[in-house]
Design a protein around this ligand. Sequence first.
Ligand SMILES: Cc1cc2nc3c(=O)[nH]c(=O)nc-3n(C[C@H](O)[C@H](O)[C@H](O)COP(=O)(O)OP(=O)(O)OC[C@H]3O[C@@H](n4cnc5c(N)ncnc54)[C@H](O)[C@@H]3O)c2cc1C
Length: 815
Amino acid sequence: MSKDLPRKASVVIIGGGVVGCSIAYHLAKLGWSDTVLLERKQLTSGTTWHAAGLIGQLRGSINMTRLARYTSELYLQLEAETGQATGYRQCGSISIATNEERFEELKRNASMAQVFGLQVDVIGREEIKNRYPLISDSDILGGIHIPSDGDGNAVDITQALARGARKRGVQVFQETKVTAIRHDGEKVTGVSTQNGDIDADYVVICGGMWSRDLAASVGVNVPLQACEHYYVLFESVEGLEPGLPVLRDYDACKYYKYDTGKLMVGVFEPTARPWGMDGIPEDFCFDEIAGSFEHMEPVLLEAMQRIPALQTAGIQKFFCGPESFTPDVRYHLGEAPELKNCFVAAGMNSIGLQSAGGIGKVMAEWIRDGHPPEDLWEVDVRRNMPFQGNRKYLRERVSETLGLLYATHWPFRQYETARGVRKSALHDRLVAKGACHGESFGWERPNWYAPAGVKPEYEYSYGRQNWFEHSAAEHQAVRESVGLFDQSSFAKFRLEGRDACRVLNRICANDVDVADGRIVYGQWLNERGGIEADLTVTRLARDCFLIVTAAETEVREWNWLKRHIPADAHCVLTNVSSGMGVISLMGPKSRDLLQSLTPADMSHQAFPFGSSREIELAYALVRASRITFVGELGWELYVPTEFMLGVYDEICSVGEQFGLVHAGYHALNSLRMEKGYRHWGHDITDEDTPLEAGLGFAVKLEKEGGFIGQDALLNQKQRGLERRMLQFRLDDPQPLLYHNEPIWRDDRIVGYISSGAYGHTLGSCIALGYVKRSDQNETEEWVTGKYEIEVAGQRFSAQASLAPMFDPKNEKIRC
Ligand SMILES: Cc1cc2nc3c(=O)[nH]c(=O)nc-3n(C[C@H](O)[C@H](O)[C@H](O)COP(=O)(O)OP(=O)(O)OC[C@H]3O[C@@H](n4cnc5c(N)ncnc54)[C@H](O)[C@@H]3O)c2cc1C
């Protein structure tokens, strides 16, 4: 044991890059000075030392922009606080658009930025030229200017964070490689290093591109893979001025940054080159990698068109370094579901410097409180599926995701790589029907069906895409006859045993102690009353429950349930997702169709809404559950996987008589929006309560025995709500809403759209979003006032409603 290395610490942070140092700094600021940071070589010697230094604030979502914005505010005052220079300067940034769609994206982002007061100015070509005289502007339509964006020196910022941490008592050890993470099978207990062991309550993996393998050594899944990442420094650039803002030319996947007398050109090429597939050299320390000049040459030639002064400048440095990328270009943050008190902050996708401040803050609070301080689902490590650690998958996917940083973030954009990973038993049949599949956590799912003569391929746009009318026809068929949805991707768990009911009733806010064969819709809450899960529970028998939830929350909800089963409870949890496919038949003719195929009595009296039972269908015994996510009469059919094809074929054999239409997830989304059904992850998250979300009907507030989150809800009910989810309908049928659009009430921003879609029955865009209580009057008069939704800088009037605008009395469902 080295004499310096302590035997015990509250927190051990593995990795001395900007992320690890920021977490150490923020933990120390919270008073957790009993923190040790271990770095295998020297601080910043992994990826951080060669970060280009861009520190932008505007990201694709509100929560990520919040993190980046905090980072920028932190860096602004870090030098004054720590005495360590950071090189941080607010030079501003300009992003340009060379086509209308990109301009629309930038304008939509500028609108979103207003929600939290970030100044983003939409500017024209002339102003761009004035602010950036070196630019060739003939093809530029316009852009945005963010005056408070900046750049800084990654090494100095990291050192400043480390100094700030040390000042508050954190111990930093360099040349100390963690050789093992220790645990007792349930939670971490510490680490081993070549200099000795440290016992710890928490371990935080911030090992950059090393994180995947380090985490895998203790069964934790952190899917990331390093890729080559390039920039080039040009010297003697005529007309170069230090005051130039950072310039982002997204359409050409490049940025330009003034760098101590030189101009740096950085690249996010569409097809990247994964690096280190066979492992990272043990002695890697402040290393560059060879890269490929041929790979970059065409990109550099393009750069010379945009900045003609580069044609006569010299290349001072051609740089290539490795950086971690993830399958969905989002970081991995939070407590690993596989191992308690093992936290992860890795997979920075080339924005680690501009994110590290915010990440440090939320990670420190997460460790302190045992839960994320705000909704961080999009970057939560629990979103990852086990298969995503597969190296073939990662290699293919990251070659695409690097470029996605600068690619247009089209609505409904689909990945092109690593496809066909998880397929329903019906997959090939549905392809033959014209399905255009989208991908969701590996699952191929029909999003829409192309009629004969139409290619099942996306043509992206911010306006109506090529599938709009086809999906409208599917929507209409569900409203008027019957639609077939393949929802096999649902995650399905069985909880059984004599304590199953008691255990589940403590976790569910609704009452699941119901008669056998009843389906209960409801939420799982945290102690703060926030919604951790939104799902259905079906009582199969006295001691057996089927839990059905969305594909994307499989790991999260499994983990939540598992961690809340008391050690002495008699119940067993099994994941049966792969064993069952799901065919949903939805629409007014669904009963007639099913009745024509089964001897079971499907009448309303015999098979009421909210009930579930096994019926004979084709050669199978199928669990039919009368429930809906589209607001129509319908059944979800849970079919053992090996019977799926037979059941499907039987349904299709009679389909025509009943007007059966295959329908995809885009139609599903439009239908559920009209009915105001909330979607977990967008409309409801762990920071929204059921009362705020308008889901109080699914909560048994006075339930005997109580439930997790009960006190928080009772308190909230007594206090009154500060915010409430409303449904909106635009008066103008033309604009399209997706999410994050600001909501105006009486000329003030009071919230933003959590999800939006065109409602084909209601005839314009429908959306959901929380609005703040009006401070003019202290009442909960949520829907009074003049509502408008802002799209790309333009405000459109909207109707607001607490009740669903489609079939508010549920007459179509309960018939
Ligand atoms: C060319 C290039 C340009 C970039 N430009 C920008 C930019 O302009 N803006 C921006 O925001 N981001 C940029 N980035 C990305 C940014 O540099 C990274 O996202 C960030 O530095 C990642 O920080 P990190 O702390 O996660 O990883 P790292 O800096 O790699 O730190 C991880 C550390 O963990 C240590 N470690 C690993 N295993 C162990 C172990 N077992 N025991 C002890 N220590 C261990 C490593 O030695 C390493 O020092 C750029 C990246 C590249 C490659």
